[in-house]
Design a protein around this ligand. Sequence first.
Ligand code: WT7
Length: 654
Amino acid sequence: MSSQIDHLLTENRRFAPSPEFAADAVATADLYAQADADREGFWAEQARALHWHTPFSQVLDWSNPPFAQWFADGELNVAYNCLDRHVEAGNGDRVALLWEGEPGDERRVTYAELTDEVKRAANVLRGLGVEAGDRVAIYMPMIPEAIAAMLAVARLGAVHSVIFGGFSADSLRTRIDDAGAKVVITADGGYRKGRVSPLKPAVDQALADRGAGPQGTVEHVLVVRRTENEVGWTEGRDIWWHDAVPAASGEHEAQAFPAENPLFILYTSGTTGKPKGILHTSGGYLTQATFTNKVVHDLHPETDVFWCTADIGWITGHSYVTYGPLSNGATQVLYEGTPETPHPGRWWELVEKYGVTVLYTAPTAIRSFMKLGRQIPQQFDLSSIRLLGSVGEPINPEAWMWYREIIGADAAPIVDTWWQTETGSIMVSALPGVTETKPGSAQVPLPGIGVDVVDDQGEHVGNGNGGLLVLTQPWPSMLRGIWGDPERFVETYWEKFQNKGYYFAGDGARLDEDGDVWFLGRVDDVMNVSGHRLSTTEIESALVGNEAVAEAAVVGASDETTGQAVVAFVIVKQSYLSAHEPEGLADALRKWVGEQIGPIARPRDIYIVGELPKTRSGKIMRRLLRDVAEGREVGDTTTLADTAVMSVISAQVK
Ligand code: WT7
């Protein structure tokens, strides 16, 4: 972190928007003044860009903080806003999805076609008993049906919980059970890294493996055929999408639901082992996702080809693949596979082929392309690109400059966008065409958003100082709670700055001399690996769940490509050691974590050690382990119960 701070103090490159870009930009500087003059009026105006079946008369109800209500007496249908209204406006023939499968198969789906598919799918779900408020789990590859599934659930006023296809059966089961899902929508599999990655078998396992627990709530599994791998079938429970959806009626009138009707739950890692089901609702969420996609991505729906590379299993995929772009009537690329398959230039080939104009991706991807070398993107014509976005973790100035020069032809503005699963949409970012950008800084709160950097008492730190990032005002797409756990919601985000009424984001940040925000990473036991949030405790509990492991401590160590990497220190049980050879155990444990949580959680390194550094009260000092994992001199050990333990660990690691 300190090297990052040094960097930002010496970073003085600035990139003003070109006059041509500024002339045609969606965002204008007066948005800030408008929002400052009347914050609620500003958001009301953005909300009116949507179609309301019943207009709202009230903007924000903050009478019971931290439980906000936005546009509460208004009624809308989220799917209608993303589909029917564009068809009714005469844009049914506009392409919504330029889809490409990893093997190279293609589909172009227009707004009219997507609307038709969603209406039929909504009828199917309705027939399976799904009603407003019911939960539907979605576990799918990046195919058009995944988006249709989300919108079909939303159309019924039901609640989706998308679970990233890379999560294990075990993670899937926990999430299905926590939400009490009635239906699961999945596919036989998807293509990843040139292979079929099966999904349906994980659903079967998740639904079978219930141990001694209560019987599940899932009544039906709707299955898209994608990869044609063999799958098990439970008669009466399982239904093929291709049998049910085309046969269903294409008539479905979108019903209006209250603005605060829940739209989705999305699980994310917190500081404890149990993932949090972040709850988002309809009107405020769609307002801010639509607005930010328009102004931050400078979206011109008639001419742009937008590509957000995130999977729909993450919040970025919810807000900037499904809801923002479709609500704005944009044309976007949807790609099923991994960036390096079948060749390392695959993304750039897609940019050239589809004429992508706005690209939104993560620093970890940019850094891996950097490592592969500029000659790969330089083989393709990237001249269609006019704006670049970054999301998920701090982008170091080197990667920022490479992104600008190699991908953006030294001309495309870069927007570094800070936000979280909890915030629902972008909160801090430059406005393209307005802001002079700085490599490495996410810069300024968006119009209508209140951000500050404060000390532990909640006092503003002032320019040139570091502290904690807080959100000082409620915002339309804010989380409305943690599914089934209102206390944890209050405790996690609001208790720390209760006196001020601030939302605590869990990020360290610094204000530079201009007052621009520089993000410095998490201040809690949450790691950020390739832009994905992982909990140290969750991985520790997976490790101690293995028969060989007595104790485990996990840290996030800085990594050149992935931002942070998972490093685990493990004490093996004596009983295990007396019966087994320790050879291969670290590998077996890596695999185990992958099976328990998902491949993204697999530790990069596992060190088998004799002891862990603990304070006298028994708390593991992860800070010292991080020093070891990052190859640094070990810091102050005086508060350890046994000060010798770190030299033993350092020796064992070498
Ligand atoms: C955490 C949220 C936002 C969608 C993807 C991740 C980090 C995110 C940035 C950025 C610095 C960033 C923060 C945040 N983060 N964007 N532009 N600069 N840090 O969503 O999984 O909810 O993770 O990602 O630490 O708290 P998420």
